[in-house]
Ligand binder design. Structure first.
Ligand SMILES: Nc1ncnc2c1ncn2[C@@H]1O[C@H](COP(=O)(O)OP(=O)(O)OP(=O)(O)O)[C@@H](O)[C@H]1O
Ligand SMILES: [Mg+2]
Length: 244
């Protein structure tokens, strides 16, 4: 693994009125790794993703991506720099075909002459060949998760943020989705940051984990360290593991 810094989040604070949804949070993601952000409902994970991807601006703190301060950069500029994300609630383009959705992503970087090749490549990578002409409104959740992934990958990210992309998948779908993410990480050399409640996915994929609770970092470590951390077990894992 290349150990240069991909993303540095320093003292990030995002406030909604008097609620500090993200409170003085710092962590660093290294190039090439699979990093996980976990914690109970309402811990601030999606809010942190929103600040990192530029959907909202933080009240305090700094976000540095590949050495550039992007704290106040608009989302499309972050995308151009090599960052992409998926959303917790699948934002299906109901009336668009799978290939058109992927094309939207591809146009971010490709011109007319190369966009079709990029779409083909991402559809193949994400196993969407059989449904490429179908409209998204007709597809099940597992396929839509792959469409979202293909759309994000078509923007050619170096860092991909995935917000609960395993949620709602059955055991076989999840195993196959995890294989795809490993492949993307290893073969396409894309750094992944996953927000996830599914411990099978977190522990099976990630090399390092940061745990948020009520907007604050309560632990950072390897899957082994996190699963044995008493504070994390009390705040989150104990409860969660019994649900897995
Ligand atoms: N736009 C908003 N306006 C006001 N409060 C918000 C807004 N977005 C999030 N919050 C609040 O901020 C806190 C953190 O929410 P967030 O969605 O980041 O949590 P999360 O860790 O992603 O939770 P989950 O695991 O349920 O997805 C919650 O208390 C939530 O109600
Ligand atoms: Mg969330």
């Amino acid at each position: 693994m290349d150990t240069t810094s991909m993303l540095q989040v320093s003292n990030l604070t995002v406030q909604f009125g008097s609620l500090k949804a993200v409170n003085n949070v710092s962590f660093e993601i290294q190039r090439g790794e699979i990093f996980a952000l976990i914690g109970p409902n309402g811990a601030g994970k999606t809010t942190a993703f929103n600040a990192i991807s530029g959907l909202l601006f933080p009240q305090a703190g700094q976000i540095v991506f590949k050495g550039t301060d992007i704290t106040k950069l608009m989302p499309h500029k972050r995308c151009k720099l090599g960052m992409a994300r998926t959303f917790q609630v699948v934002r299906a383009f109901n009336y668009m075909t799978v290939e058109d959705v992927v094309r939207v992503g591809a146009y971010n970087r490709q011109g007319e002459d190369t966009v079709a090749a990029k779409v083909d490549q991402m559809i193949e990578l994400c196993g969407l060949g059989e449904v490429r002409q179908r409209v998204c409104g007709d597809l099940g959740l597992a396929t839509l998760r792959r469409v979202e992934l293909a759309r994000a990958l078509a923007t050619e990210p170096e860092l991909l943020l995935l917000d609960e992309s395993g949620a709602g998948l059955n055991t076989a779908e999840l195993a196959s989705f995890m294989d795809l993410l490993r492949k993307i990480n290893r073969e396409q050399n894309i750094t992944l940051c996953i927000v996830e409640h599914l411990m099978q996915m977190v522990m099976g994929l990630s090399q390092r984990i940061v745990v948020l609770d009520s907007g604050e970092v309560i632990a950072t470590g390897t899957p082994h360290e996190i699963s044995n951390n008493q504070k994390v077990i009390e705040a989150y894992l104990g409860k969660r593991v019994t649900q897995c």
